[in-house]
Every structure is written in C-alpha cells, then in structure tokens.
Design a protein around this ligand. Structure first.
Ligand SMILES: Nc1ncnc2c1ncn2[C@@H]1O[C@H](COP(=O)(O)OP(=O)(O)OP(=O)(O)O)[C@@H](O)[C@H]1O
Ligand SMILES: [Mg+2]
Length: 408
C-alpha cells in the first residue's frame, strides 16, 4: 500500500517543486491544495496518510490549518516545511500538534526517505498507544557521568546499553548531553523525534506515549536522543527529565543515561533518580583533580553511595598505579577499561558499537564484564575468577567492604 500524500501550499511554485521531488514507488500524491477551507475539505475527502504543508515567515494560516487537521484527523500526519526555523516557530507548531518540522528538503531522495520515516514512526506511535504494556518495578537507572569531556562516557553508555539488551533486557538509553549529545552518531541513527519534541507534550506523558518518541536501534535498545540543535537544550527542564525518568522505570529493566561533562540541574536530577552512577575517570592528573572535586560534590549531595568509579583508557604507564589513583581521588576503583583507540574509534566511525562489531576485543570484554556485574546487582567477588578480577582491576567499594566486615 502506498503512502497517500496531500500537498498544501499557497505558492504554486512550491507545490510544483514538491510534487517533482516526491517521486518514489511507495508514495502517491493524492491531491494538492492552496490552503484554507479547501485544504480541510481535501483532508476530509481524501483521508491522506501525510499532509505536507509549507509555511513562509510570518504566515499564520498554515499553523491554524495544521491545528485543525491534528485535532480532527490525527491519522493524517503533518509535516510542516519551514524556510526559517526558530525556537518560537517550533514551539507554536508543537502547540498546534505538529511534531515534524524539517527545513526544505535538499534532494528528492532525502525528502522521500523523510516522508517514509515520519509515516512509519507516527504509525508505530499510534499503535503503541493502543497496546497494553507489561510494567516492571525492578528497574535500574544507571547514569554515566564524569568530570571532563572526552573521558569515554558516551562510549561506555552506548556499549553497556547494547550489551545489556543482548541479554534480553528491556533497555532505554537516554542522551542527557542536551547540547552536544552524540549517542545517535555512536549508534548511526537519525531520529525523527528527540527529547525536545517529547518535552513539548502538554501533560505528563504516559509510558506508551514516551516510547513513541524513542528511536529503536537494531540491538533492541530504545533511544531517546538529544535535541537536534544546542539552543533547544534550555527548553528542557530538570522537572521534565525527572518525570520522564520516573515513567521510563515503570517499563524498562535498565535505563542508561549519558551526560554532559559537567554538573547542571538536569544532570543532577538524573543522578538523584539513579540507582547507580558510573563515574568515569582517566589517568592524567588534571582529570583526577577534577574527578576528586566532583566526587566530593556528589558526597555532599549524599549521592556517593551510588557511585562506582571506572578508570577508562587504563594503561600501565608506570608513573601512576591504580593505588595512587584511589589515593588521589579518595575513592575506590570499581573497574577499569583498557585503552584501545583503534577499536573505539572504528566503532564510532562505523556507528557500530564495539560490543557488537568487535566482541572479542579486550575493550568489549571489559565492558561486557561491567554489564554482567550490573545485571548481578551486587558484586559477587567469589563468583569472579581471579583473572576476571585482575582484568577488571575490581576493588570492593568502601561500603561493601564495611558490610562484609560487619557480617563476619
Ligand atoms: N577505552 C578507550 N580506548 C581508546 N579510546 C577510547 C576509549 N573510550 C573512548 N575512547 C575514544 O575517546 C573519544 C571520546 O569518547 P566519548 O565521546 O565516549 O567521551 P565523552 O566522555 O562522552 O565525551 P564528551 O564529554 O565530550 O561527550 C572517542 O573518540 C572514543 O572513541
Ligand atoms: Mg559524550
């Protein structure tokens, strides 16, 4: 069955241009309209799957028509092409019920692919609303955090999520690096919706609605991507994030959260909502100094008990040992991940996480062991072989050592 499209524009030139661009075996143009009542009548008669509208700067009518279509015929999904995109326009369009507001397409293929993606995603969204979902109460929320940029937070978050999904767990990956999030690049996905579109929902979203804003990666991980443009970040509040996380944990077994390189309100609300904080650090003195400061902030916020320190790019450099690091940051090291630039960067450039693309690499093995430890919930040292313990460089956390002592 072909996707039925109605084109609406007050400009004849635009209508012709769009008609020519929409040449694809899966798409049929059911009609064209110059707008106003004519557009509404055509929607009612033709029942299009997609309505593509254009809006020139300052033109109000397009949004009014869009709102009426969205209210009366939610099965006709609207795409609003706008010459100039602004936060203001996006806000008004969202209020009118339009979620898909791309710039004018550059090529026929890009345009047709976009129309097909919108159709598939919106259809899935409507379907998900009518399906009853099984809820879970034992969800783990894991925030990957670190005191600097480039430590490997996103690398760890993405690979952990994919690894956890391999063990048939329901996994959500949330990119809370709201300005410069790049989880979509690591997973080679081009999401239609992001957390920004979700944040425009007028009331608290249900889990089904929330899921419809997430992209589905081939590994099975559901991904809520960061906004497409940095200026949208400020429109997402810590409260919104709190609500989103509390809904997600009713459905997913694991919610993995990637964060920006510094504290902000959104990151703090994620940390507070987490069951575990994987705190990534590295081997140079500047990272360690910042890590110590951040850990003491987490301590004063009473979040330190959730923290598990992971040393990434751990290589034997002689001048600094793991013991030195533990003393420097005044915290025990929970795990370490080896340095393997070739595997890490190849995975990034291909958009294929190394736990899938290079599962035998030492890097994948180390991340897999961390995933296994997270699945087990607590660290069962006795079940790990001496080699595994050594490979991971695992030490008991202060709290765990204490509770062992207390028990014995
Ligand atoms: N264990 C590792 N060995 C070698 N290279 C790594 C390792 N982990 C990550 N990298 C590389 O380091 C770079 C930065 O990684 P990543 O984007 O995950 O860091 P980040 O902490 O998320 O940075 P930002 O704070 O800027 O988002 C990437 O090129 C990644 O491939
Ligand atoms: Mg990152």
């Amino acid at each position: 069955m072909k996707i039925k499209v109605l084109l609406v524009s007050s400009s004849l030139g635009r209508l012709n241009e769009l008609k020519n661009m929409l040449s694809d075996d899966e798409i049929v143009i059911a009609g064209v309209s110059s707008g106003g009542n004519d557009a509404l009548e055509r929607v009612a008669n033709l029942l299009p799957d997609i309505v593509i509208m254009t809006r020139d700067p300052g033109e109000e009518e397009a949004l009014i028509i869009a709102e009426r279509i969205a209210l009366n015929r939610p099965r006709s999904f609207i795409i609003l092409l706008a010459e100039q995109q602004s936060v203001e326009l996006l806000r008004s369009a969202m209020r009118a019920g339009v979620h898909n507001i791309p710039p004018y397409p550059k090529s026929s293929k890009e345009f047709c692919d976009y129309v097909k993606t919108v159709y598939n995603n919106e259809t899935a969204r409507l379907e998900s609303l009518s399906v009853e979902q099984k809820l879970t109460w034992s969800s783990k929320v894991i925030t990957v955090f670190g005191a600097k940029g480039g430590l490997g937070k996103t690398t760890l978050a993405v690979n952990l999520a994919v690894k956890l999904a391999e063990s048939r767990k329901k996994v959500a990956l949330i990119d809370l690096d709201l300005q410069f999030g790049d989880v979509n690049i690591y997973l080679d996905i081009d999401p239609v919706d992001t957390i920004f579109e979700l944040a425009q929902e007028p009331s608290s979203p249900s889990i089904d609605l929330l899921r419809s804003y997430m992209a589905i990666h081939s590994s099975g991980v559901h991904v809520l991507c960061a906004p497409k443009s940095p200026e949208f970040a400020e429109l997402i509040s810590a409260d919104t994030v709190k609500t989103i996380l509390s809904q997600l944990r009713t459905y997913y077994d694991y919610v993995i959260i990637d964060t920006p390189p510094s504290f902000n309100e959104v990151t703090l609300s994620a940390i507070e909502a987490s069951t575990t904080v994987l705190f990534v650090t590295g081997l140079d003195i500047s990272i360690l100094k910042n890590s110590k400061l951040s850990l003491s902030v987490l301590n004063s916020l009473q979040q330190i008990d959730k923290v598990k320190v992971i040393v990434n790019r751990a290589v034997n450099i002689g001048s600094i040992t793991l013991d030195d690091i533990q003393k420097l940051i005044d915290s025990p090291i929970w795990a370490k991940i080896p340095s393997d630039y070739k595997t890490a960067v190849t995975a990034l450039n291909l958009g294929v996480p190394f736990v899938t693309g290079a599962p035998k690499s030492e890097l994948s093995q180390a991340v897999s062991s961390v995933a296994a430890l997270l699945i087990d919930g607590t660290l069962d040292y006795d079940s790990l072989s001496a080699k595994q313990r050594k490979q991971l460089g695992i030490k008991r956390t202060r709290k765990e050592s204490k509770s062992r002592k207390d028990r014995s």
